[in-house]
Design a protein around this ligand. Structure first.
Ligand code: NAD
Length: 498
């Protein structure tokens, strides 16, 4: 492989530089254990340098006309499209997802870049009437400053694009800290942005752990906005740590998403939707279906078909043809996923298939886990309540739609939800009553498109949304402007005569 053991750098103020300490860490392939690259293990001082560069660059970048900023994003989208196969292959190697899904991850970033590129000619505000004569009112979006972008490893190209594309088009500058499991993809992302024409200092990347690099970004007084996608625990810690400086904090956190299958559902379609949502990306999506809530009348049949289909899924390295399920991200994840199998068995759930680390058959030193299905799960069991983030799903029998919705809502998270039914009235009820940021009708829990808001309710976040127009609210401040051209003092709420 061309990238093997190559040493990479941070990108600060338009230059590729080592960490001040000279320390490094390695990125490895979860499919083989092979070392793919060596990265700077940065410290607070490296973050400080990057923030200073981003702060200096902001003074000029905020004045670049928004359509020009958008054009850079169009070029970035085109470059991603040109390099799609290469980046997808890199993703299959560094993060582990299978090639078609890796290509989908890159496509999402292409879509987001084009969508936000177009915002360069919109970024709409409002003009309104005034309550006084000869006075003009309007509101405009203004950039905020340096944005700290902290991302997870599971969508290593798409998620950075959800944050960096809107932040840039709005006129902010960036310090980006990718996850330590996928630094190679973070670095490729930035290389292509630079090739697209982003000026020096506007986008900076600092590699390293959450405790050092992430935490310094969150606490740095010159970083007014933090956008983080990660686990609930990390989100809460970041929110607390950012409180002192009253930062804008945008959080996209975990999920425990459910698919409801009612007696009148198209079962074949439901099984396909469940397989894709539960075992795609080896279950490592925030929107993965880790619960399937099934009405009694179809429970046995659905269980039989689902277990049969799951047992046919082929495990292997993501870049190989015909592989359905790639590895999980690392050995730590493998242990966590297996611990939940033991928890489920201990709680009395019925292990229907999987439940073990997969090895042999060319799986080598990789971190593979067999697609795992629990049956007869009680909604209060830990396997039905906690985010496992692996290829494990729990079948929960219910008697009717009321119970199904209650169970679906009975968790701390509120990201994605889904229902399979042929009854239009039931579908509309579910759209209204499912407590989640996203609801799918007759489709699984995954499949978001970039022009609609993305995010969740309850423990999944803090009320913001990624993507669509909603993303602009994270990366801009509203300014209301009143222009009085009457030539005299007019007092709002006081000079009320016609
Ligand atoms: P994680 O919380 O361990 O890490 C996420 C990022 O935060 C990493 O870059 C990490 O280095 C950094 N970080 C960790 N501690 C920090 C701290 N104290 N201060 C600042 N930064 C810190 O999550 P992960 O394991 O990389 O990703 C999996 C999690 O992400 C799952 O819970 C999943 O549901 C969630 N996720 C959510 C969405 C969504 O949009 N809602 C999308 C994808 C993943």
């Amino acid at each position: 492989m061309a990238t093997a053991t190559k040493t990479f750098k941070n990108f600060i103020g338009g230059e590729w530089v080592d960490a001040g300490s000279g320390e490094t860490f390695e990125t490895t392939s979860p499919a083989t254990g092979e070392v793919l690259g060596v990265f700077p293990k940065s410290s607070a001082e490296d973050v400080d340098r990057a923030v200073a560069a981003a702060k200096a660059a902001y003074e000029e970048w905020r004045l670049v006309p928004a359509p020009r900023r958008g054009e850079i994003l169009f070029r970035f989208g085109a470059l991603l499209a040109e390099h799609k196969d290469e980046v997808a292959d890199l993703m299959a190697r560094e993060m582990g997802k299978v090639l078609p899904e890796a290509a989908g991850d890159v496509q999402e970033a292409i879509d987001m870049s084009y969508y936000m590129g177009g915002e360069g000619r919109r970024l709409f505000g409002q003009t309104t009437p005034s309550e006084l004569r000869d006075k003009f009112n309007m509101s405009v979006r203004q950039p905020i400053g340096v944005v700290g972008v902290i991302t997870p490893w599971n969508f290593p190209i798409a998620i950075p694009s959800w944050k960096i594309a809107p932040a840039l088009v709005c006129g902010n500058t960036i310090v980006f800290k990718p996850a330590t499991d996928t630094p190679l993809l973070g670095e490729r992302f930035v290389e292509l942005l630079v090739e697209a024409g982003v000026p020096g200092g506007v986008v900076n990347i600092v590699h390293g752990g959450g405790g050092e690099v992430g935490n310094r970004l969150v606490q740095h007084p010159d970083v007014p906005v933090i956008t983080l996608t990660g686990s609930r625990e990390t989100g809460v810690a970041v929110l607390q740590s950012a409180a002192e400086n009253l930062k804008h904090v945008h959080l996209e956190l975990g999920g425990k998403n459910a698919i409801i299958v009612l007696d009148d559902a198209d079962l074949e379609l439901a099984v396909e939707g469940i397989l894709w949502s539960a075992f795609g990306t080896s279950g490592q999506r925030c929107t993965a279906a880790s619960r399937v809530i099934v009405q009694q009348g179809v429970y046995d049949e659905l269980q039989k078909r689902l277990v049969g289909a799951a047992e046919k899924l082929r495990l292997g390295p993501g870049w190989e043809d015909g592989v359905d399920v790639g590895p999980v991200i690392n050995k730590r994840a493998l242990e966590k996923i297996h611990s939940y199998t033991e928890i489920g068995v201990g709680e009395g759930a019925k292990l229907l298939t999987g439940g073990e680390v997969a090895s042999g058959n060319g799986l080598g030193d990789g971190s593979f886990y067999r697609p795992t299905i629990f049956g007869d799960v009680d909604p209060q069991m830990r396997v039905a309540q906690e985010e496992i983030f692996g290829p494990t799903t729990a079948l929960i029998p219910v008697k009717d739609v009321d119970e199904a919705i209650r169970v679906s809502n009975g968790i701390e998270f509120g990201l994605s939800s889904s229902i399979f039914t042929r009854d239009v009235n039931t579908a509309f009820r579910a759209m209204r009553d499912l407590e989640a940021g996203i609801t799918y009708i007759n489709a699984g829990t995954i499949g978001a498109e970039v022009h609609l808001p993305f995010g969740g309710t309850k423990g999944t976040g803090n009320g913001h949304r990624e993507a669509g127009q909603a993303a602009l609210d994270v990366f801009t401040e509203w300014k209301s402007i009143y222009v009085d051209y009457s030539g005299k003092l007019q007092r709002a709420q006081i000079d009320t005569e016609l």
